[in-house]
Design a protein around this ligand. Sequence first.
Ligand SMILES: C[S@@+](CC[C@H](N)C(=O)[O-])C[C@H]1O[C@@H](n2cnc3c(N)ncnc32)[C@H](O)[C@@H]1O
Length: 318
Amino acid sequence: MTNYSYIYSFKYDFHHSDLCKLESRQLFDKEEKNGMLFSNIKVDPSISPFIKKRFDIISSSENYSELLKNIKKENIGVDGFKVEYLTLDGDPTEYSERLNKLREIGFIIDAAPNYYSPSITYSLCYYENVWYFGVLKKQNIDWHKHKNKPYSFSNSISINIAKTLVNIASKGNKFNRIIDACCGTGTVILEGCISGYNIEGCDNNLKVYQHTINNLSYYNYTANVYLTDIKDHNKKYDSAIIDLPYNLYSHTNDTLISNIIESTSKIAARVVIVSISDIESIIKKSGLKISDFCTVEKRGKINFTRNIWVCEKEISKD
Ligand SMILES: C[S@@+](CC[C@H](N)C(=O)[O-])C[C@H]1O[C@@H](n2cnc3c(N)ncnc32)[C@H](O)[C@@H]1O
């Protein structure tokens, strides 16, 4: 009925729409649309701030009675199960009809249900004339605890952006070796750690380096952090993230930025660069090729826009 194995549901604030689409292009090679996406790529929803649920398709049919027969054939007998309805874009099914359908499926499953603390959550959804039955995996919101990390800058990137940067840099590959080249207080490293990525950090400022060390130990993470200028760091990585110094509280100029980008591109083939200035020409001069881009607005005491460039090292033709 469908060639896809997974349906993802997304939720995000309006000002994160472009960031969510950038993340989904990098993780799934296509954009989420209207808060949903069909894919054969398996991603744990907990690594993304925007993916709320993953629906693992067990059976699908244009005919609802047919779907019930298919569910019966599955002989599901898992005690502690729950059945939930997943409402997708364009589903006209009324609330009462949804409840009836969930009840019908509940009766078919030959096991004891548990609504409050289920061992497994089955799910029903409807999209473009097709009924789907599957297992629902929800985002674990444990990462929200990082909002209360002991040390941060008032203009540090949000944990939402930090979380997506790690996914964008690695394309979701947990075997990638990632470096946060200007780690500041460690916002990005914390998100890499909780998502199970192989991530390290580097900063040339003693005070913020210590803040990162303290933030990591507060949550018992063991990522390596180096107190060094990125130009003196010679270890190799698959991908790097650079949240460039901004002019708000620190002095920076084009030469410093260019040096940071060039040094980072020597140790990683793929670099995700964040800056509040338009530095596209500096990136291009550094020999990196921009493969994707988005902007994220920051609203608060000071309003500004962050630019995010996804870059790859240009392979020399010689
Ligand atoms: C915008 S802040 C990063 C903020 C960080 N993402 C956070 O959430 O805390 C940029 C950081 O780059 C560091 N930095 C500046 N030049 C550097 C260099 N050449 N090598 C390594 N770190 C550098 C600064 O010390 C500063 O902490």
